[in-house]
Design a protein around this ligand. Structure first.
Ligand SMILES: C[S@@+](CC[C@H](N)C(=O)[O-])C[C@H]1O[C@@H](n2cnc3c(N)ncnc32)[C@H](O)[C@@H]1O
Length: 280
């Protein structure tokens, strides 16, 4: 994962700027100012990418629909606890924890949590979020934390948004098994997004040539650790990890019905809704 000089994932700055661009509530005070410039620069590159690969989707809209679809699913689940892994600069915790009956715990790596805390401390609205009894910002590595030891209790919605594409298949399995143990103990649901390579729009011929050049001549490998699985292979791994029910939702298919923002713009992000049948 590319990081800036504060050791913060650059992708977290881009997604934060996306939530702000979309006008999501609380994003104004959670988003670092520097992320706006990055957003403009990346989007300029993406305009060129989409011109070369016309079947690709708009990244800000893909992200917006993924984020809003997860919000929708958390609301639908209605659990009184939310545990968000890799929360980055997401403003979801600030929005949801306005409800004092809901406990919201955000986890991320230590430098990210430090930057988010600093960002929240910089405004009165952010300080009010930090002061809430039902909001917690905690440093933890999703790959190494024992979730069932730390968070067992009442039913919980666990979220990992924008994370699994950076993990190898073995790392994904490790995190999923930990979440299964937590849900076996507490009940709840696990929500995450992941677009396997076979589900991504096919590149055009010039796009494939440029991709080949990037990988094999320039040797520029991206951040994502793709493998050969398609969505059904991912579901098979989730079942192997111990989930007993996995639903796969395509944002494009639900955008209108769920009244996602800018629903008319086509997107295809896959959201996995995973549950565990608990022993009676
Ligand atoms: C693409 S950003 C997504 C941030 C946020 N979920 C969003 O959608 O706006 C990826 C996030 O994963 C976090 N991350 C990466 N590796 C992690 C790990 N091992 N444990 C916890 N967080 C991790 C990064 O710090 C970063 O905040």
């Amino acid at each position: 994962m590319d990081r800036n000089r504060d050791n913060v994932a650059v992708s977290a700055l881009y997604t934060a700027a996306t939530w702000q661009w979309a006008g999501l509530e609380c994003a104004d005070f959670v988003t670092p100012t520097q992320s706006r410039r990055l957003f403009r620069q990346v989007n300029a590159f993406l305009r060129l990418y989409r011109w070369i690969n016309p079947s690709s989707y708009s990244l800000p809209h893909q992200l917006l629909h993924r984020h809003a679809a997860i919000d929708h699913l958390v609301q639908q689940a209605g659990h009184a606890r939310v545990l968000e892994l890799a929360a980055g600069f997401s403003a979801r915790g600030s929005r949801f924890s306005r409800d004092p009956a809901l406990r919201y715990i955000e986890l991320d790596l230590p430098d990210m949590v430090h930057s988010k805390r600093r960002q929240l401390l910089a405004s009165a609205a952010g300080r009010a979020v930090l002061a809430r009894q039902n909001f917690e910002l905690r440093a933890a590595d999703a790959l190494h934390i024992d979730l069932s030891a730390e968070f067992s209790g009442t039913p919980v919605s666990v979220i990992s948004e924008g994370l699994m594409m950076y993990f190898t298949r073995a790392q994904q399995m490790q995190v999923w098994q930990g979440i299964v143990r937590l849900l076996q103990a507490s009940g709840g649901v696990y929500l995450f997004d992941y677009i396997p390579l076979p589900d991504a729009p096919r590149r055009s011929l010039p796009g494939r040539l440029l991709h080949f050049l990037r990988l094999h001549v320039l040797r520029l490998h991206g951040d994502f650790t793709y493998d050969e699985r398609d969505r059904y292979g991912v579901r098979a791994d989730l079942l192997r990890a111990g989930f007993t029910q996995v639903e796969i939702i395509d944002t494009g298919a639900v955008a209108s019905a769920w009244r996602l923002p800018q629903a008319a713009v086509p997107t295809r992000t896959l959201i996995y809704v995973c549950q565990v049948r608990r022993p009676q």
